[in-house]
Ligand binder design. Structure first.
Ligand SMILES: Cc1cc2nc3c(=O)[nH]c(=O)nc-3n(C[C@H](O)[C@H](O)[C@H](O)COP(=O)(O)OP(=O)(O)OC[C@H]3O[C@@H](n4cnc5c(N)ncnc54)[C@H](O)[C@@H]3O)c2cc1C
Length: 375
């Protein structure tokens, strides 16, 4: 007799912030959840590691407290143009600095006590006869009533699901590393350079995280990361001082290519997409992690209610989630694109920094367009 795979109410594919938080939310309500993640914890991820305070109430409600795990409160924001002209302001809501190494691990430590977790790469998500079958790299298969796709900005599953954005090449490359460097605790900075921008802020270890995004066409003229940093980035005097004095704490920086900001659908093949799987906001907004967790909350609330009321009409649930997702995040993504365009143009960003120097109240207004409020 062939063993039937165990059937879960919900399978979550991907155990980053969106997957881990939706797992905690659903299992807190007694829903049977399987989380499948391809990598073990902890590990470093390419990320600016500045988290908006929007998430604090929700994380506390889920039973975790980043500040108790050493996260560093951040209240001030500084921005500089290519030639180093700066302006600084208080952040409207503020945030905290915590490495993904520590943040994802903190959540995973709780997740592993509350639900089944499998470390494997999902290869296929099949939907047939109103149920899902998930097949993994190790030839295991699992069944579920609902699937949450929390597999990040670019995954083998985007190819498998024939998602539109994956057909197009993206021109963005991202690099991140931790450094020992004298840096104010409560500050996050965004320094522009030709072809991109670099964020600096402290994380819970006291290290400074330097994370930058650059257009491939600007990068490819150089022989690698060090050459690019020493030839282009140091034309901004803030970055020149940083790369001259900062002591690298990683053997080599982490990098990822093909970072795509194209629109995606919050539902594909009946899978509820959450976090970067549903859409990535430009990192300069510092809101992607909050959006990943907020999206997790939106879909979890919809599924919790559906199981509680036994009203699991798939079509209605999909419509409800798409609507909630677009209402919550649509305008943030739009303003993120506008800001990115503004910052990448040297003349516009110079003009922009001069403008906000004269009218400092503009920055908090712009920031709040790409952020939400506490959820
Ligand atoms: C350069 C850069 C800087 C950024 N800086 C910031 C910042 O300062 N502040 C901020 O708020 N946001 C920032 N972001 C955005 C933020 O990193 C993301 O929005 C956030 O990580 C989204 O979380 P997620 O759970 O959707 O995806 P992820 O954290 O990427 O998690 C996806 C998970 O899915 C797993 N996975 C993928 N495919 C499979 C598969 N087939 N099977 C099993 N598992 C799979 C992966 O291993 C991964 O663990 C930045 C992004 C970039 C690119």
């Amino acid at each position: 007799m062939v063993n039937q795979p165990q059937k879960y109410q919900v399978i979550i594919v991907g155990g980053g912030l969106a997957g881990l938080t939706s797992g905690l939310h659903l299992s807190n309500h007694g829903i049977s959840v399987l989380l499948i993640e391809k990598n073990t914890y902890p590990n470093h991820k390419v990320c600016g590691e500045y988290v908006s305070n929007e998430v604090l109430n929700y994380l506390n409600w889920l039973g975790v407290d980043p500040l108790a795990h050493g996260a560093i409160p951040i209240r001030k924001f500084q921005i500089s143009t290519h030639d180093g002209a700066t302006t600084e302001t208080d952040l409207p809501l503020g945030g905290f600095g915590m490495s993904r190494y520590a943040l994802d691990l903190m959540l995973f430590e709780k997740v592993k006590d509350q639900m089944d977790v499998v470390f494997d790469q999902v290869e296929q998500i099949l939907f047939e006869n109103d149920e899902f079958t998930i097949r993994t790299n190790s030839k295991s298969h699992y069944k579920a009533e609902f699937v949450i796709g929390a597999f990040g900005k670019r995954s083998n599953l985007d190819v498998h699901l024939k998602r539109e954005f994956i057909q197009n090449r993206s021109s963005w490359l991202a690099v991140k590393a931790h450094y020992e460097y004298e840096f104010p605790e409560e500050l996050v900075t965004l320094h522009n350079f030709e072809g991109g921008y670099c964020g600096l802020s402290k994380v819970e270890t006291g290290a400074v995280n330097a994370c930058y995004l650059v257009q491939y066409k600007a990068f490819k003229e150089h022989s690698g990361i060090t050459d690019f940093q020493n030839s282009v980035m140091i034309r901004n005097p803030h970055l020149a001082a940083f790369f001259k004095e900062a002591k690298p704490l990683f053997d080599r920086p982490l990098s990822i290519a093909q970072v795509s900001f194209q629109s995606k659908n919050p539902i594909d093949n009946h899978v509820f997409m959450v976090g970067d799987s549903a859409g990535l906001i430009h990192p300069l907004c510092g809101n992607g992690m909050a959006m990943a967790m907020h999206g997790a909350k939106l879909i979890s609330e919809i599924l919790v209610k559906a199981f509680k009321d036994a009203s699991k009409n798939r079509n209605s649930l999909e419509l409800a989630y798409s609507k909630a997702w677009r209402e919550t995040f649509g305008s943030r993504l739009y303003y993120g694109r506008m800001l990115q365009r503004l910052l990448l143009s040297n003349s516009l960003s110079h003009w922009g920094v001069q403008l906000v120097k004269n009218f400092p109240a503009l920055i908090p207004k712009l920031i709040s367009k790409t952020h939400g409020s506490t959820f």
